[in-house]
Design a binder for this molecule. Structure first.
Ligand code: FES
Length: 220
């Protein structure tokens, strides 16, 4: 619900330049106050700030629109959704069916004390940049990077785990693979890993065995 200029058509919006009574004014704020079902209109006139509170749908007599700043392009997140103002990626329309957006693989990278000390730099941020560059930060082949606390495997630091989204299009063969000493991996190695995941290759066929933390199967 809004308040309107004298013509009853144009909504009063923040940033508008208007005539009100005999003065030119600038609308500094046009805010909905849900509880009282009113609009707060704050405007500047002759270097003074004035605030009014009017019921929803009020038509402001003697207030006419002169000009309006072009509407800001909405910010769109990597999943193509409109973002809430002031946020980096929070979607405006929350879709309860997608509390976590699609990913094909999720790489957990240990961000706890010992692993971070070995890594020296923010690996997660760096890997996200590589994924962006490869176009794997979105879409059906999306690879999600998540920081995690200590895995309890500090002697293999910096530890990372690859989890395949087998509910979707992740390959079961690449699920629950643990990598060691990833702080020594260079960009080429990470790109090779990401490309293999994108291309649905089994990592065991293209990543050297020395990269993995050996796992035992219970009972065998
Ligand atoms: S701090 Fe990374 S596994 Fe312990």
């Amino acid at each position: 619900m809004c308040a309107y200029y004298e013509d009853g058509q144009e909504k009063i919006r923040q940033g508008d330049i208007a005539n009100y009574l005999t003065n030119q004014i600038e609308i500094l704020e046009a805010k909905h106050l849900k509880e009282s079902k009113t609009m707060r209109i704050r405007y500047r006139s002759n270097d003074k700030e004035i605030s009014l509170e009017v019921p929803y749908k009020t038509v402001m007599n003697a207030m006419t629109l002169i000009s309006r700043a072009p509407k800001k392009e909405p910010k769109i997140n990597e999943m193509g959704q409109e973002v809430v103002e002031g946020y980096a990626c929070k979607p405006k329309d929350f879709d309860p069916d997608r509390p976590i957006m699609h990913f094909k693989y999720q790489i957990f990278i240990c961000d706890d004390e010992r692993c971070t000390k070995a890594a020296k730099t923010d690996k997660a941020a760096w890997l996200r940049e590589i994924l962006k560059d490869m176009g794997l930060n979105q879409g059906k082949d999306r690879i999600k990077i998540s920081r995690t606390g200590c895995f309890g495997a500090c002697r293999f630091r910096q530890v990372a785990e690859c989890v395949a989204n087998t509910q979707a299009n992740g390959k079961a063969e690449n699920n629950a693979l643990w990598f060691r000493h990833t702080h020594r991996w260079d960009e080429k190695q990470w790109r090779a890993l990401f490309a293999a995941l994108r291309d649905d290759k089994a990592l065991s066929s293209c990543i050297d065995a020395s990269a993995y933390i050996p796992m035992k199967v219970y009972g065998e």
